[in-house]
Every structure is written in C-alpha cells, then in structure tokens.
Ligand binder design. Sequence first.
Ligand code: AHG
Ligand code: MN
Ligand code: MN
Length: 330
Amino acid sequence: MTTLSTYLNNATHTDNATAVSNVILTIADVGKNISALLRRGALAGILGEAGNENIQGESQKKLDVIANDLLLEALSSNPNCAGVASEELDNSTAASADGSLLVLFDPLDGSSNIDINMAVGTIFSILPYNNQGQSAVDDDFLQNGDQQLAAGYLLYGASTILALTLGHGVVMFSLDPDSGDYVLIKDNIQIDKDTSEYAINSSNHRYWLAPMQQYIDELVAGKDGERGRNFNTRWVAAMVGDVHRILCRGGIFMYPYDTKDAKKAGKLRLMYEANPMSFLIEQAGGASTDAINRIMSIEPTNIHQRVPVVLGCENEVNRVRDLHKQHNPA
Ligand code: AHG
Ligand code: MN
Ligand code: MN
C-alpha cells in the first residue's frame, strides 16, 4: 500500500520537492475536514447561502466560505507558502515571506451541487515564488501554467479522491475513511486520443460562436451526420467531476466563450481552474485549449481572469481548435 506521504517522500521530481510535498500534505489534510463536513451535510450546518458575493459577482455558499477559510488558515501557517490566491478572495494574501511557493485554489468547485448532495471538489495549483524575503503581491502570481510545480484536485463524491501531478504523470489517491490515509489507487494515468463522450452545458448553445455550434451539432447528429458515429453527453456541473470522469475513461469537457455576457472571456477562471486541470490533462496525454491557444501558454494579467476551456482527449480537442482556426484564420 502506498500512501500520499510515502509517494511524496519518494518523489524528487521538482527542485523544490520537500516544500511542494509539504504544501500538498497541508491541502490534503484540509480536504479531510471538508470531506467530513460534507458527509454530515445539513447536520453540520454547512448548506445554503452565505449571504454575500465574491469579487466575480457570484453569490457565495456557506461551504465556499468555510472551505476557503480552512485552506487559507492552514496554508498561512505553512512556512513553505509565501502567499495564496483564491476564487473567494478579492486579492491574494501574503503568507510566509521566506516561503518558496504560491498556492492558488478554488476552495469549492461546483457550488450549485452542495445543497443537492452531489459531487463537489477543491482545485489547487502550486507556483514557485520568485521574490523570497519580500511579502507576496498579486503580480507574483501572474505566471503562466507551464510554471506550475504541481496541481491537482480533491473530489468529494461517493468517496474522496485526490488526483495529483508533479509534472511527471498523474496519480490518484482514495481517502480511507477509517485510517484517514490517502491510498494510491491509480498510477501513471493516461487517456485515449479518441472519445465518444462530451461534456458541455448545451443551454448556452445560442450564445456560442459558430464553430462551437458546428462542433456540437455534428456530435448531436451522430451516425447520421458528418462524424458518422454516435456521441454521448455527461455534465456533472462541477468541473472537478467532469475532469475526474475524463481521467477515468476519457472524454472532452468544454466551457466555451459565449455572448451571454460578452464582457466575460469565458466562465472558468484561468489560474485556479483552467491551468491546474490543463496540467493534469496534458500529463495524462490529453490536450487543453481556449479554442485557439494552448491554455498553459496564456500569460495571465489578473488572478481572477476568465478563459474559454476545451480539454480532454487530444483528437477531439484538436478538432474544436481547428474549426475555430478555420473560422478565424490568423
Ligand atoms: P464554481 O462553483 O467554483 O463557481 O465553479 C462552477 C463551474 C464549474 O465547476 C462547472 O463546470 C460550471 O461552473 C457549471 O456551470 P453551469 O452552472 O453553467 O452548468
Ligand atoms: Mn469552480
Ligand atoms: Mn468555487
């Protein structure tokens, strides 16, 4: 049996391996608390609205705030962590000036699932901190996804799963509720290049750009259309759940640009949703794009910036990108 701590002790992939391991263990420990709260659900008083909005104008659920506070508190007292940025915090928060790492997180992904007892998750991304000795500020976080030293998610589903990459493949652990250990269940996860399963919220169809409409229309037409075979839809309404399914059995996940609110580049956030998930998917042999450019190559300008996301099995992701390029030749 390999536990998370044994795995991390043996992993010497990054320059900063001990610090990275330490921060991952802190996040995984908080995950146990969030998982325990979710298991008690209504009995723990964690359901419902918090009664305020985050910087992105989204109303916060009680558990968004609780999960954020737990992660913030735990990471702030980890000496390796120089600062944190979160979906639920307007600005980044400086932690230990001598720390060598920055941590970005979506404390609770899939908030609309909390009150209906469905899967939710926590997404995290770990970046190097390049100004050690000084107090970290927002600008320090503005590094592209290729700089990530590690990334992963916790999925609070029927069981609690931790998926992780240190840049050398993807591994998965399952939380043993009896021992409290994260136990390795899958090593070197790889996904196929092709798939017949796709995830998208089709209620936005009329707001999508023409190439996205064309791509989905072809999938819906199935064996009677251009593609000559049938496709199936799955939508968890929590990116963690959809990405987990893709890592388990393939697929393509899309939250594309839409004109519902033309000011927003997409729904999902680059730095604590798209980048960490792209890192996992690429490490599993998949691809990730904003429909034109590779997501992890995007130079961020704001810690909360949004981005269209298309990720999963390579051949389908490339098809979406190619359709967009045909419509907008450079
Ligand atoms: P969050 O709960 O952190 O705001 O993220 C929710 C995101 C993502 O997880 C999911 O794929 C998507 O929003 C669901 O959007 P719809 O409600 O439009 O289906
Ligand atoms: Mn989210
Ligand atoms: Mn969230």
